[in-house]
Design a protein around this ligand. Sequence first.
Ligand code: TXA
Ligand code: MG
Length: 376
Amino acid sequence: MVFVFATTIIIIDKQENGENDFMLTRVAKVNPIQPERTLIAEAAEVIVKGGLVAFPTETVYGLGANAFNDDAVRKIFAVKNRPPDNPLIVHISDLEMIHRVALDVPEKAWKLIEKAWPGPLTVILKKRREVPKAVTGGLDTVAVRLPGHPVAIELIETAGTPIAAPSANLSGRPSPITAEHVIKDLWGKIDMIIDGGETFFGVESTVVNVLHDPPVLLRPGPVGVEEIEAIIGEKIVVPEWARGYAEQTVPESPGMKYRHYSPVTPIILVEAYPGNREGMIRKIKEIAREEKKKKRKIVVITSSENNRLYEEEGIRTVVIGSSKNLYEVARNLYRVLREIDELEVDIAISESFDEKGIGLAIMNRLRKASTLILKV
Ligand code: TXA
Ligand code: MG
């Protein structure tokens, strides 16, 4: 099939996706701050009728379905090609809604929720029986978040139902931070895409299990470990696998056992022990020289501060942001991971970043996207 989409011609193979072979995905541009009511109403109707809508949140784009509609939720897994034991986050639009999906919200969860919502934090709670098993991958817990993006909030509110939504990418691919990324992965497979421009943080929400004592970090995100600890007044557990290292064997956070955020191009991540910036740069240059000798094309993913040091040796680079502004690095991360595939290089070598605050989320994603991690 050939479709003319704006100025680009998209050729799409007919693909199997559950009952629906192929659909014309409607793409609607909205004002991200004051979304047009008619467009939100249209998208909400799709959700109510059991369809799938991709929408912006302040972290990444989500692929939403009515959280109480088992069939609709199953379609999410089918179109993303997501393993069924990797549960979804349920998104709500006000605090009252939490009681429609969760039971016995503990005191510590309330403390976090009051400070961090609406915002990029997901808490694991005991699930209500009404939440379909498909949403939680058979677990008796449910992940809940109240997003801080006007489009997301108004969509949930207008649909009048909590919305189950993973990131709107094909399973294993970097999460989408623009509608174009969603179009690339899911166009022709879902009902509608709400284009609200680029997302704000660029990495997925922090996920924390507050049912454990002390609470356990399941996925680092924009809300830092330090912030969580300051809010609840105690240290939380940060397992090695939550930092992006070893694969987890116990399915505490099922999503962690799958390879993630991966471009096709292999990535070597050079990790500098705190302060060893010189060692990191030296190692990257050394690998670059060796690869060049083997006639392999390489690119270095670098901070803006170090860019010149590679360029003056004729090494190709992609700048990911300033190491002094980790929010900038986080925002550019998934775009860079998608872009390096288009550069047609044999290998990418990435610098590492400070693990403070959102830095832990950056390092977690880089480690999980890498084929090799070298420590210097
Ligand atoms: O920022 C975000 O969180 C985005 C936007 C769309 O809200 N969503 C997102 O969803 O990143 P997803 O499906 O890509 O990641 C959900 C993560 C997975 O690692 C999953 O294993 C974990 O949350 N999760 C969901 N339910 C869980 C549960 N009951 N227990 C433990 N982990 C859970
Ligand atoms: Mg995801």
